[in-house]
Design a binder for this molecule. Sequence first.
Ligand code: ATP
Ligand code: MG
Length: 443
Amino acid sequence: MARIETPKRIRGTQDIFGEEQRRFAHVIATFERVRRLYCFQRVDIPVFESTAVFARSLGETTDVVSKEMYTFEDRGGDSLTLRPEFTAGIARAYLTEGWQQYAPLKIATHGPVFRYERPQKGRFRQFHQIDAEVIGASEPAADVELLVLADQLLRELGIADGVTLQLNTLGDAETRDAWRAALVAHFEAHRAVLSEDSLARLDKNPLRILDSKDPRDRPVADSAPDIDAYLTPEARAFFDAVTAGLDAAGVAWTRNARLVRGLDYYRHTAFEFVTDRLGAQGTVLAGGRYDGLIGSLGGPETAGVGWAAGIERLAMLLEEPTVDQVDIAVVTENDADPLDAVRVVAGLRRSGLSVAAAFAGNAKRQVERARRANVTEVLFVGRVGVDGGTAASLKLGKIGTGPVALEDRADAVLKALSADIAVGADDAATLIGTGIALIWRPR
Ligand code: ATP
Ligand code: MG
């Protein structure tokens, strides 16, 4: 018979387990807690959309649309794309689900996103983002709230110290047009040294040359004119209101006049939280204002601002998260009726205690397993002779050296079992040595 080849994990995907999983879960749990403090509602949207949703809202000239999308035809012949980010799908939902009625709408989500990129440290083909958006608010206060939320998230993750908020403005439409013309003139004058990618961007999206990582482009990009000279009074007032809000909330920021977002629909505020601890993959959280997006999807002109952060990149920056502590291990003594242990374990878990229980092995091996899992309290389930018959016996003990209040735990165990498996008040509970033993006669 031909040997069956073991399937391989797809390049750029991850199987997240163990410590990596604990880091990942800690990022999500912290995000879920913090977004509630800011009254952002949780939303869940599809993993795939019509290709047009991303092509139209991100812009055909962006790297994401031109090189990175996972696009396929389904069995009905429709062109679908696995989401490369959340904002476009959320904007689509805002229009198709009539969420205009909730504006201004503050929403948050997280989950997998897909981009066909060259995998490396901190860069995957299926990665995961947390995402926060405010739709239908054109006030700078919305930008401030999102940035303060991001800052608090990083603080609560314990990584704020190594991460800097870089802030820029892309101005309003008038500002952007004037600045764009100045940039085109500057880049045209230096055509000869620009990379092929940047030459292609020159016609369609010259702002993005500022963002180029190609070393051939850097000197020209760095010497390009700043937006400041082109800001309309309105655009300047908007930026000033954002920075004043950040200062009032105690959020540190630095101006980066070279920062532009890769996507076409950004206006006014653009920002990135960056670290030097992740090599080339230094941007952990990024976003900005996208007042042009919903209009580009055919909807009414609607303001929007939001950000996304890579969960993997945040997780890599964390201190090692602690392992969940198990409350108690139940060990089945060698002479016990295994069904007594089943009853006890079920009762304890229903009462809300986390319980480790082995599926097999003698009592000694079960204790050893519990010790290795760092459990410090053990409930031994055994059998004793009573009144010419037998009854279940329970004995509480501790392993390891951790401080354990056995009496408190005995109360909790008794309470749990009396609620669930009818251990009566008349059942004797007596202290024996380090443990507490109780003879249990199920009725
Ligand atoms: P980069 O410049 O690193 O490619 P980007 O500008 O494409 O980032 P965004 O589209 O702003 O990234 O996505 C927001 C965040 O998602 C990034 O700041 C980063 O933390 C994360 N991210 C983006 N692409 C990847 C990827 N391929 N793998 C892991 N995380 C990613
Ligand atoms: Mg990218």
